[in-house]
Design a protein around this ligand. Structure first.
Ligand code: PBG
Length: 328
């Protein structure tokens, strides 16, 4: 870059008024880019607060509908739905039950709010008695036998009307298995948003309390990625694209912006960043103590994800952000 240098070039010239700063702003945040995660469990008028995540609730389907309608009215285009079943077992049968909690709720949402995009998280951990994302035998998480259940789960979501399918399990080959099952059943137009580079992260702590999905033994390091690995993240993404992923996700977001940037630069596909539960909880806790400005820190963090290359931002703060952006 050949800048004339001071005093000819003065960077402050373009910062002298709000209008000028807006004019030269390189990265914008808008409500169209937001996805709101929601947690559904059976019941009526149920709105159960979760200690670990202020502002996040376990909601019954009728309450999900209310929450989704509010988000939609604020301009949030999509929700990401997680299910908490009444019963768990060793085959995660609640995950692919035709009338499972997610399937019922998707039908309700698509009937009442057809224009709202409903993305479903496809995973088995919430439905397994041991809390792992695949079938378990002799203390090991089995890959290939789990694929069938994941594909069956994805298909049941598509049949219920899900607009996008988002597998988060990190089993090898699951995107192909899901794409094949969808295509065979005439869901060729249902896109897959894969959690392609999903790291084994301590930032998921609060989520596991909300989703009641903490593993009962061991951890997820044999299937989720090592936080140290960036090149491997690119291989994971390349594989998922080859298997049929339409949108790729990096998760967590803030501590992994280098991955977001490399993924976007290398592949150029629509890229999502998931600001996970621990990221949200840290901001909430610091703000509650008066140590940081919640609104400013939230917006700055999301802007950083956009700057790194994320097109889609999955955030528990989506509704607050939508309100803040409106006022500006
Ligand atoms: C399910 C799943 C998890 C998250 C999204 N899908 C938890 C995990 O992998 O243990 C985490 C989301 C968050 O922390 O907000 N596999």
């Amino acid at each position: 870059m050949n800048l004339p240098g001071f005093p000819v070039y003065r960077p402050r010239r373009l910062r002298s008024s709000p209008a000028l700063r807006q004019l030269v702003c390189e990265t914008r945040l808008s409500v169209e880019q937001l996805v709101l995660p929601l947690f559904v469990r059976s019941g009526k008028k149920l709105r159960r607060a979760i200690d670990a995540m202020p502002g996040v609730f376990q909601l019954s389907p009728d309450e999900i509908l209310r929450e989704a309608a509010t988000a939609h009215a604020l301009g949030v285009p999509a929700i990401l739905l997680f299910g908490i079943p009444d019963k768990k077992n060793a085959r995660a049968s609640g995950a692919y039950a035709k009338n499972g909690i997610v399937q019922q709720t998707v039908r309700l949402l698509k009937k009442e709010l057809p224009a709202l995009l409903v993305i479903t998280d496809v995973c088995l951990c919430e439905y397994m008695e041991h809390g792992h994302c695949g079938l378990v035998a002799h203390g090991k998480i089995l890959n290939d036998p789990s694929l069938k259940l994941l594909a069956q789960t994805a298909l049941s979501h598509a049949e219920a009307g899900a607009d996008l399918i988002a597998p988060s399990d990190m089993m090898d080959g699951r995107v192909r298995a899901i794409r094949t099952a969808l295509d065979k059943n005439h869901f060729t137009d249902t896109p897959i948003m894969s959690y392609a580079a999903k790291f084994a992260s301590a930032f998921y702590g609060p989520f596991r309390e909300v989703a009641e999905s903490a593993p009962k033994f061991g951890d997820r390091r044999s299937y989720q990625m090592d936080a140290a690995n960036a090149n491997e993240a690119l291989r994971e993404v390349a594989l998922d694209i080859a298997e049929g992923a339409d949108i790729i996700m990096v998760k967590p977001a803030l501590a992994y912006l280098d991955i977001v940037q490399r993924v976007k630069t290398e592949f150029g596909l629509p890229t999502a960043a998931y600001a996970v539960s621990g990221e949200h909880a840290m901001i909430k806790a610091a703000a509650a103590n008066g140590w940081i400005d919640e609104r400013a820190v939230t917006l700055e963090s999301l802007l950083a994800m956009r700057r790194a290359g994320a097109d889609i931002l999955i955030t528990y703060a989506a509704m607050d952000v939508a309100r803040w952006l409106k006022k500006d």
